[in-house]
Design a protein around this ligand. Structure first.
Ligand SMILES: Nc1ncnc2c1ncn2[C@@H]1O[C@H](COP(=O)(O)OP(=O)(O)OP(=O)(O)O)[C@@H](O)[C@H]1O
Length: 239
């Protein structure tokens, strides 16, 4: 069953026609990797899902419901979390305050779900370690971990993250892979935009590849991983 479905989505940004009929299906409970060269339209697709841009044609359906024309707060309220490329962290606030702001149902730290926080601390130890530190002081990798932690501070149906491995050192990437693996096992449906093919192959169940504002290939990651020629032709990878 598909949790999210885009059909024939066109998106314009001002005078520019960016998405040219995106068809994308995100199977429930799986981790889908959205790949493609720079400028292929991946971020624009995520922003269109979240209602930050609106499709001028086509439809976005979530759990069978048409969300194409809905506003971002209403879309988020359907239990969809989005971590943009800039991560949306408040640098002057502590890690704890950043987490608290993301927890819609908690008015203070004591009201945050303790079991869930402990689970998040296990996924991302840096979040616990720097709990009372200003978020602006964290390294790039720790900020990314905080950003994902904020997104999952409450249970989600769908977690969308734009380039979680960007600029991260290999050790941090391994931590990120373990954390997303654990998130996947918790049953949440995940959509990641990735440039790091190794990261994508280690985590993805399903893959969709974009080019020129369209999805030009979709299928299982296992099939895609086994086909070097396909990867070469779609991503221009030097193998
Ligand atoms: N605000 C904007 N105004 C005009 N054009 C834009 C805007 N945002 C994106 N674009 C253009 O839309 C196209 C798709 O951009 P998008 O960011 O969706 O690609 P992407 O696949 O996420 O690439 P990247 O990996 O470089 O982020 C690009 O040609 C980009 O220049």
């Amino acid at each position: 069953m598909n949790l999210l479905e885009l059909s024939g989505v066109h998106t314009h940004i001002g005078a520019y026609h960016i998405l040219h009929g995106v068809d994308l299906a995100i199977p429930k409970g799986q981790l889908t990797m959205l790949l493609g060269r720079n400028g292929a339209g991946k971020t624009t697709t995520l922003r269109t899902i979240m209602g930050l841009w609106h499709a001028s044609q086509g439809s976005v359906r979530f759990g069978g419901k048409d969300i194409t024309a809905m506003q971002t707060p209403q879309i988020a309220a359907l239990n969809i979390a989005y971590v943009p490329e800039n991560m949306g962290i408040f640098s002057d606030l502590t890690v704890k305050e950043n987490m608290l702001l993301a927890a819609r149902s908690a008015k203070n730290a004591a009201q945050m779900d303790d079991t869930r926080l402990k689970w998040i601390f296990k996924l991302f130890p840096a979040v616990e370690k720097f709990w009372n530190h200003p978020a602006g002081k964290l390294s790039g990798g720790q900020k990314q971990m905080l950003a994902v932690s904020r997104a999952i501070v409450e249970p989600r149906e769908l977690l969308i993250v734009d380039e979680p491995s960007k600029g991260l050192a290999p050790a941090i990437i391994n931590n990120m892979i373990d954390a997303f693996g654990e998130l996947k096992r918790s049953g949440v449906t995940i959509l990641l935009v990735e440039q790091n093919i190794n990261f994508a192959q280690r985590l993805g169940d399903t893959v969709a590849v974009m080019d020129n504002g369209r999805v030009v290939h979709s299928g299982s990651m296992a099939t895609f991983s086994a086909d070097a020629e396909l990867q070469q032709s779609l991503l221009g990878l030097a193998l």
